[in-house]
Design a protein around this ligand. Structure first.
Ligand SMILES: C[S@@+](CC[C@H](N)C(=O)[O-])C[C@H]1O[C@@H](n2cnc3c(N)ncnc32)[C@H](O)[C@@H]1O
Length: 209
């Protein structure tokens, strides 16, 4: 099943796929150790649990979430309006070539490159939208992601066909080479627990000079 089809059935849970309920606080810790962004772009935002939390906790931060699914984006917009969150907007957009222009203090793309074939072009798109002094936080598909996917049930594994087929796996060094800069481990930076996310979803950050 494709993601657009998955959300079209409207039978999805409003969860943060990566790190679940911990993610808003982990990202909050990242803000306190770096900076709270004035502007945030979340790519592959999904049900946007973390993005809603950021918008609620930081009314001065403009949060923009994009995802490939029109149905999901419609649901997110409705919920943001119901919650009266004028600083939270959504649009349909897809990697590797984003329509979204502009530059953001934080470009956040977690648990999404797993589903993108041209990871390098996607990384370039994401990095080009980071403002000077801003940060990119990104998870990339790795051999650890593949090990995790292989242990999933058949239905979940089907989403990970690129990873399972080893068509889009990257190393941290390969990510650094595309970005042209060194990256740091996001999980270390926020004192995340040792597992379960680290191996399955290596996530790094880089600051644009
Ligand atoms: C596993 S979910 C992660 C959602 C969210 N980032 C989180 O951590 O909860 C992956 C999301 O990526 C979206 N997605 C898949 N392919 C995409 C693409 N090419 N461009 C943008 N979003 C995509 C899916 O629709 C889905 O919402």
């Amino acid at each position: 099943m494709e993601w657009t089809e998955f959300y079209r059935e409207r039978d999805y849970d409003r969860i943060a796929y990566l790190a679940g309920d911990d993610m808003p606080d982990l990202l909050g810790r990242f803000f306190s150790r770096t900076r709270t962004p004035d502007t945030m772009l979340s790519v592959g935002c999904g049900p946007a649990v973390t993005e809603f939390a950021v918008a609620e906790r930081h009314p001065e931060t403009a949060v923009h979430g994009v995802d490939v699914s029109e149905d999901l984006i419609g649901d997110n917009r409705e919920l943001a309006a119901d919650a009266g969150l004028g600083n939270l907007t959504f649009a349909v957009d897809s990697l590797p070539d984003l329509d979204a222009g502009g530059e953001y203090d934080l470009v956040y793309c977690v648990a999404t490159l797993f589903f993108v074939e041209d990871v390098d072009r996607a990384l370039e798109s994401l990095w080009s939208r980071v403002a000077a002094g801003g940060f990119l936080v990104v998870s990339y598909p790795s051999t650890g992601t593949r090990r995790g996917a292989m242990a999933m049930d058949e239905q979940s594994r089907a989403f990970f066909s690129l990873v399972v087929g080893e068509e889009n796996l990257r190393t941290r060094e390969a990510v650094e080479s595309v970005l042209g800069t060194a990256v740091e481990d996001f999980w270390d930076a926020v004192d995340a627990p040792e597992e379960p996310y680290r191996e399955f979803a290596p996530t790094v950050y880089a600051r644009r000079e």
